[in-house]
Design a protein around this ligand. Structure first.
Ligand SMILES: N[C@@H](CCC(=O)N[C@@H](CS)C(=O)NCC(=O)O)C(=O)O
Length: 107
């Protein structure tokens, strides 16, 4: 199962939110970016030598550590799940509650 390393208050949260919203079954773990430690105490540099989030570790061991790449990967997974007209933006835009302060994306 792919594992996403992220923090709730950084750009890494975008991949977490997209994967969660899309219903993907992934493991995830929060990272302390200052200490470069994962919540379970692992040396984050040993997982991602760049030490940044999002970091997505695939089952193959391949490490994706750029937002655009991880969001693209998520999009491709959603396509495989058969969600109609899927892309990450559509995932968000179609799930925004009617009374939310968030503005849906115009199409
Ligand atoms: N080029 C990367 C940059 C990602 C990035 O800067 N992540 C920040 C959080 S928003 C981070 O992990 N900073 C800690 C660090 O780089 O040491 C991307 O676009 O994904």
């Amino acid at each position: 199962m792919p594992k996403l390393y992220y923090t709730p208050h950084s750009c890494g949260a975008a991949s977490f939110t997209a994967a969660f919203t899309a219903g993907l079954k992934w493991e995830s773990e929060i990272v302390d970016l200052a200490a470069k430690k994962t919540a379970s105490g692992a040396d984050f540099y040993s997982i991602n030598p760049k030490g940044n989030v999002p970091t997505l570790v695939l089952d193959s061991g391949y490490v994706i550590n750029e937002n655009v790449a991880s969001l693209t990967y998520i999009t491709n997974q959603v396509r495989k799940c058969g969600v109609e007209n899927s892309c990450v933006l559509n995932i968000f835009s179609c799930r925004v509650p009617k009374n939310s302060n968030l503005l849906p994306i115009r199409r």
